[in-house]
Design a protein around this ligand. Structure first.
Ligand code: PEP
Ligand code: MG
Length: 615
């Protein structure tokens, strides 16, 4: 029997291997995905397991019943979406496996339709006044127990009843996981050097990875510029995401090779494949050492034009990597990661300590702290627990209450963060960055809040820097890019977020595997918008940098320089490669490349130009 749990984490465990499976070593299998973080690793497979969802059973007030029903509907929708996606992926499996798994997924989907199970859950919420999680678990258990009690008498009937009961419980667990939005994974059992393989990883899960323990990561789902990918690059963990068929037949402990440069995952490698991979590991390490020597050399073009190279920072554990990268500042501190994987929102004091420690670690180099960018794929349980964000997930979270929109609606949250940043700014140069700005009104409103917070702190005799930190904005929507001159009159600096800019411009979800090939930062629309932002900043003489993943690709450095950019912020491990690209080119050549690129009507031609330039 095919391991259903492989496609559906949390589903029942498969039976013991058959005699044939023990006798025949499984053949080498190579899968292709999206190269996400460069590096090669070899190790035993660690298949992640779902942590049991944490919740307490509790009763609710009659007035809250409608809200609980709405949460239930949202969890049902999400669960159906996940299962339909899994079903869509079955085509990559051998036919006999498809035949086994498809009916099971259909059974799950049926239970999430207008079924007795769902009716029962709704009734429990409405009549017994219990929370949605409580209603789901109680109804699923009652239903499953009823199946077992009915049994059938024969061993075959009993087995069928047990399987049915397992199916009901699995649907219940999936609903509760979606209701609680608990991190799905537990990495506790991973041995040193393990290759972590999962159906998908959320950003909050990826933030829990210990890079000294996990050698590489591979998943079936995910796109190259989603936040999970960004975190994996930040941690320097070789990764391949979006590799269909990866989980099918996967066995814990078998040997895997993850090649984050080629985007391949090889399972049960043959001796020759293994030997090649070992050579690749050594050569990658040598390459890294060679690049490390660039650390002390300046980032200037061959004709002497200086370029600023800063690092992006998500987690304090990355600080040593930033120090050894040669970056001369933090161009983007994604503060939302301080709010993840905890139950409560960090207080002003806690935040001050974290920001201060980063500012001090940078010893006088500037630190750009982006205020909380909640929304999209970045779920933060602490904010949900505190009632600061809606319980029910929007139909289009990327277009909803994201970034600055949320902060302006939650002044206490915003003010506490600004106060913490101002207090940290007394210890070194800091800039404040606003995420997801789309209107000048948002910048003005944020500045009012910043001035109010500064006044309050001064009145309380808190030590602040003489001049307030510059207030800048992320340009990451086509709307902001098109209005760059107007925004440049309000903001003191721009940081171009090419990840979201690409997503919103091309209408392609940045973390979505199915449309990954359309997510192309070389699309002519992107180049035009980036050029407009650089020009808009120049009209007012404000600094502009690129801090999206586009900046981390050294092949694109000359093009970006040609478009007028002189400042980049990337994950720490990319800094030396980008520096090498800067030091190998002249501004004149870059401008010629950009001029050619701007004349192209499709991305593939531009890619050819960029590749030819690199040769
Ligand atoms: C971006 O959108 O390019 C960006 C840098 O912000 P984030 O990836 O955190 O959304
Ligand atoms: Mg963004």
């Amino acid at each position: 029997m095919h391991d259903v749990g492989a496609l559906d984490p949390g589903a029942r465990a498969s039976g013991a291997p058959t005699a044939a499976a023990v006798a025949d070593p499984p053949p080498e299998r190579r899968l292709f995905g999206i190269p996400t973080c460069a590096g090669v690793a070899i190790g035993p497979v660690f298949r992640t397991t779902e942590a049991p969802p944490q919740f307490t059973r509790h009763r609710i007030q009659a007035a809250d019943a409608a809200a609980e029903q709405a949460r239930l509907e949202s969890a049902i929708m999400q669960s159906r979406k996940q299962l339909l996606k899994l079903r869509g992926r079955l085509s990559v499996l051998p036919e006999d496996s498809q035949g086994e798994i498809a009916p099971l997924l259909d059974a799950y989907l049926q239970m999430l339709g207008p079924s007795r199970l769902v009716r029962g859950i709704r009734t429990r919420i409405g009549d017994r006044l219990v929370s949605a999680e409580t209603a789901v678990m109680e109804e699923a258990n009652a239903f499953a127990n009823a199946f077992i009690a009915l049994g059938g008498g024969t061993a075959e009937d009993d087995g069928a009843a047990r399987r049915k009961a397992d199916e009901v419980r699995e649907v219940g667990r999936r609903l509760v996981r979606n209701l609680t939005r608990a991190p799905f994974r537990s990495f506790a059992g991973a041995v040193q050097g393990a290759i972590l393989i999962a159906e998908s990883l959320r950003p909050a899960d990826a933030a829990l990875i210990d890079p000294s323990r996990i050698a590489a990561v591979a998943t079936e789902e995910g796109g190259t510029d989603g936040h999970t990918a960004i975190l994996l690059r930040a941690l320097g963990v070789p990764a391949v995401l979006g590799a269909p068929g990866l989980m099918a037949g996967l066995r814990a402990g078998e040997t895997a090779i993850v090649d984050g440069v080629l985007g391949t995952v090889t399972l049960n490698p043959l001796p020759a494949t293994l030997a090649n991979a070992k050579r690749a590991v050594v050569s990658f390490a040598r390459d890294r050492q060679r690049l490390g020597r660039l650390r002390r050399l300046p980032a200037v073009t061959l004709d002497g034009e200086p370029v600023l190279l800063h690092a992006n920072l998500e987690l304090p554990v990355e600080l040593p990597m930033v120090a050894s990268s040669g970056a001369t500042g933090i161009g983007l501190l994604r503060s939302e990661f301080l709010f993840m994987n905890r139950d409560t929102v960090p207080t002003e004091d806690e935040q001050t300590e974290t920001y201060r420690s980063v500012v001090e670690a940078m010893s006088g180099d500037p630190v750009t702290i982006r205020v909380l960018d909640w929304g999209g794929e970045k779920e933060v349980e602490a904010l949900t627990n505190a009632g600061l964000v809606p319980e029910v997930v929007d139909a289009n979270p990327a277009l909803g209450l994201r970034g600055i929109r949320l902060l302006l609606r939650q002044p206490a949250l915003f003010e506490a963060q600004l106060a913490a940043i101002l207090r940290a700014a007394a210890h070194g140069p800091v800039r404040i960055l606003l995420p997801m700005v789309t209107t000048v009104a948002e910048v003005r409103a944020a500045r009012v809040v910043l001035l109010r917070v500064a006044d309050r702190l001064r009145a309380a005799r808190v030590r602040l820097p003489k001049a307030l930190p510059p207030l800048g904005i992320m340009v990451e929507t086509p709307g902001a890019a098109l209005c760059a001159p107007a925004l440049a009159a309000e903001a003191e600096f721009f940081a171009i977020g090419t990840n979201d800019l690409c997503m919103y411009t091309l209408a392609v979800d940045r973390g979505e595997t199915d449309v990954a090939e359309l997510y192309d930062p070389l699309n002519p629309a992107m180049l035009r918008l980036i050029g407009m932002v650089a020009e808009g900043a120049a009209t007012r003489g404000i600094p502009v940098s690129v801090c999206g993943e586009m900046a981390a690709n050294p092949a694109l450095t000359p093009l970006l320089i040609g478009l007028g950019l002189r400042s980049f912020s990337t994950n720490a491990s990319a800094v030396p490669r980008v520096k090498q690209a800067v030091r190998g080119t002249t501004v004149d050549d870059c401008q010629r490349l950009a001029w050619q690129a701007m004349k192209q009507t499709d991305a593939s031609r531009t890619r050819e130009l960029v590749e030819r330039f690199g040769r």
